[in-house]
Design a protein around this ligand. Sequence first.
Ligand SMILES: Cc1ncc(COP(=O)(O)O)c(C=O)c1O
Length: 460
Amino acid sequence: MSAATPNSAAARDLAYCAHPYTNLATHQQTGPMVISRGEGIRVFDEAGNSYIEGLAGLWCTALGFSEPRLVEAAARGMRRLPFYHLFGGKAPEPTIELAEKLIALSPVPMSKVLFANSGSESNDTAIKLIWYYNNALGRPQKKKILSRQRAYHGVTVASASLTGLAANHRDFDLPLPRILHADCPHYWRYGLEGEDEAAFVRRLADNLEQLIEREGPETIAAMFVEPVMGAGGVIVPPKGYFAAIQPILERHGILLVADEVICGFGRTGNLWGSQTFDIRPDMITCAKALSSGYIPISALLISEPIWQAMVAESEEIGVFAHGYTYSGHPVAAEVALETLAIYAERDIVGHVRSVAPALQDGLRQLADHPLVGEARGVGLVGALELVSDKATKAPFPPNMGVGARVARQAEAHGLIVRALTGDIIAFAPPLIIGAADIEEMLARVTRALNDTLDELSRRA
Ligand SMILES: Cc1ncc(COP(=O)(O)O)c(C=O)c1O
């Protein structure tokens, strides 16, 4: 029902809801898209129109929108223990079980799990622990944190500082001092004329080493990386990138934090993005698919040396003074445990591997479309980057909103996708998607691209 009807959901949305990641001025004119229910990989708006959810909500509903076992797990958890916490040495049973499970599933040996409720919180927590660790080791000057241009690590004050996107900093008075942004590893966009992929990787590694030398390795504590950069544009690192940068970090005693918030739990065709790209992190953050997005929960996996530092500091200070009220919430833990059990029972990683070629090959066929500069991705995450000139890779002027137009046209064809900054159309469907629905999703986005092309040529 339109916003013109005073008591409609749309009118009440305009009256009462502030929307994240929305042009709030335009929204007053366009109004919301009110989503009423979900089924499998689809969601339905209030008028009953169905949409393939091409981004699994926000890269999270791996098991789709109607998994009854997760509903039952939540109900079971609610009935058994609707709230408890881990403060002061208490612990709900499902939370203990989930911590044990995550340590068992970790791609590298890890020691402990510290829970929170969002990717941002877990990344913030990781920064605090890195500072705590270096203070415990008597290195109070080793505190700077490296991130990368176009990284996305969240929106809290510290995690937004890690995020390497202009809109997350501008007029929020960010980034914080002590956060540094290294190069973005996107060969297609940032490779120089005549530079092959291997040379690009060498240049980025050299630049990183120079940045570290310039700042002083004794001042740099850690680097955060997404295995595949998500919200910054679905950027798959070039071959050899992590193999080139990890020895540099190790040489300078710089910890590596893998932000697995999108990549964790099968998205790239392995349980962890760190396995797909041979990353050996000292800490891992994960969220989203940990509960298939059904309930907020995130986790930070901590290596033994960092854990030992936490123990030493808490002994000296008298308490480890960190934790959120809802960290390790038993109902969220119950849902996450059920989610992980379903991934194992249904071999979700094997499924991702079997259907990934349908998405990846289909996207690459779209690289021939006049609007598409690059088609990229791995596993069940991918993107189309739109350009105004395929030969020069020149982007469209941002104010033309070409990516947003494609997303709008896609909605008219029953597909929800996300247009990221830079006119990049992102795909990360629920991991349960089948090959036929991938084909349907690609057919719908093709129609949206064609409609947008028509629209632009009529404007010209
Ligand atoms: C890689 C990555 N890290 C962190 C975050 C932040 O997570 P949240 O929105 O749960 O705070 C996101 C969110 O999309 C993400 O994609």
